[in-house]
Design a binder for this molecule. Sequence first.
Ligand code: PLP
Length: 384
Amino acid sequence: MSETYGSIDTQLVHAGEPRPRIAGAVEMPIFQSATFEYAGEGSYHDVRYLRINNTPSQLVLHAKIAALEGAAAALVTASGMAAISTTLLAVLSAGDHLLVQDSLYGGTHELVTGELTKLGITHDFIDADRPESWPALLRPNTRAIYVEAMTNPLLRVADLEGVTQFARSHRLLSIIDNTFATPVNFRPLTVGFDLVVHSASKYLNGHADIVAGAVAGDAATIERIRHKANHLGGCLDPHAAFLLKRGLKTLALRVRYQNDSTLRIARFLEEHAAVARVHYAGLASHPRHERARRLFAGCGGVLSFELRGNAARAQEFEQRVRIPTVAPSLGGVQTLLTRPAATSHAGLPPAERQRLGISDGLLRLSVGIEATEDLIEDLRRALD
Ligand code: PLP
């Protein structure tokens, strides 16, 4: 099934696609079947059934996503959280300890601090930009270290190479959530990460019409994760798999456009008198701009910014914009705007939000594929 292609643009279109084509169909049909005729499979994990994650709609995505991330194998799941929870439950057991970045996506934060703790898996938070502070947190039972390519909503870029060196020298499994960067901008396995997870609901699918997830890495670990997924049951359904595969074909076009558009919007906002601060790794003012330039082909389609004045100004601004929809999530063709203190980070106590640098007036913009000039004009009007 799989051939190798030199560039990600070609991999997105062709990697993993069935050859010869099924009945000559240029686009692989949807296999809307839960179960498949018995063909002598000897084990539970080989029986061809949707929840066992081995049907044609799923296998094609496994091959394609593995190719994109430069991994030996991959697995798709029912959501990003299904990929993250299944991965962590597959590689950790009761009594194990995990190091996690201190500014994780809210769902992952609650999974680690709530569910994993209840199961006897403990954690410590790390400032992923300060490698010198990590050794003190190591314990004899520390098994893994988990970070994100860029943090939400402040777009910080941790010392990702430091994380993989630390993991290697202490025999930890290194795991990264690459949702914000995508393999178009960054392939974490090339800097030594062991496993990469995605919310495919975001850029990989790119149209804000499904939820899906993925994990990629070495074949043995992915097989372990697949067995765990087979038991936990968070499998991707064939229609969502079809949409994800269709969305993936344009990933590079979308992400490169979004990189460019977001940088232009970030520069515009930085110059505007009503804006106090812009957070975007593509700006020279970003504290880790040089690192981002070295690691990433582009800095992605999400930025955040603070308006001068109080939170009420930010709320007014949300009501004034015409093109962006005020909605959670990111990574789609539509521009979305959120105020993290009222949405994704509303669950945190105000003091904790303050400590993380998330002010009540902070706004996060996920830039879509609309014309940059139209977006800038709309933002200018709302700011003025
Ligand atoms: N990881 C990141 C960085 C996210 O932003 C999200 C969702 O917002 C997730 C994981 C969870 O993904 P899903 O909503 O597909 O479960």
